[in-house]
Design a protein around this ligand. Structure first.
Ligand code: ZN
Length: 124
C-alpha cells in the first residue's frame, strides 16, 4: 500500500472499513459517514424559496382584500410539499380566520343597529 493511497482513505465510523475519503456512504455497511454536500441543499432551497413567491404575495393581498380567495390560496400553499409555502399558508389561514371573526362581529353589530333603527318595537 503506497502513501498516496492511504491519504485518500478513511475509516467508516460504523464498521471500521477503510473507505474512500470522499465517500458519503460506506459501501460495506451502507451507513452515512459524511453529511451531504451543502451545494446540493442550497440551490434546491433557493429555487423552492422563489417558487411560491407569487402565490404567497397574492395570498397575502387576497387575504386582506378578499378573504375567501386568500383562504383558497392559503389552502393551496398548505398542501404544497414546501416548508416555506406551508408556513405562509398557515399565517394566511390565521389572518383569514381573525379577519372573518372581526367581520362577523362588526356585521352583527351593524345588523343589530339596523334592526333596532328600523323597528321601534325591537327591544330584545
Ligand atoms: Zn461501514
Amino acid at each position: 500500500m503506497d502513501d498516496d493511497n492511504v491519504k485518500e482513505t478513511k475509516y467508516c465510523i460504523n464498521c471500521g472499513e477503510i473507505i474512500d475519503k470522499r465517500a458519503e456512504i460506506c459501501p460495506k455497511c451502507g451507513v452515512r459517514v459524511a453529511p451531504p454536500p451543502m451545494q446540493y441543499i442550497q440551490p434546491q432551497n433557493n429555487s423552492d424559496n422563489s417558487e411560491y413567491n407569487t402565490m404567497i404575495i397574492l395570498g397575502y393581498i387576497f387575504t386582506f382584500i378578499f378573504g375567501i380567495v386568500g383562504l383558497i390560496i392559503s389552502i393551496y400553499l398548505l398542501t404544497r410539499d414546501n416548508d416555506r409555502a406551508k408556513k405562509h399558508g398557515l399565517i394566511m389561514i390565521i389572518i383569514s380566520v381573525i379577519f372573518t371573526l372581526i367581520w362577523i362581529f362588526f356585521a352583527s353589530i351593524m345588523f343589530g343597529a339596523f334592526a333596532i333603527a328600523s323597528n321601534p318595537y325591537y327591544y330584545y
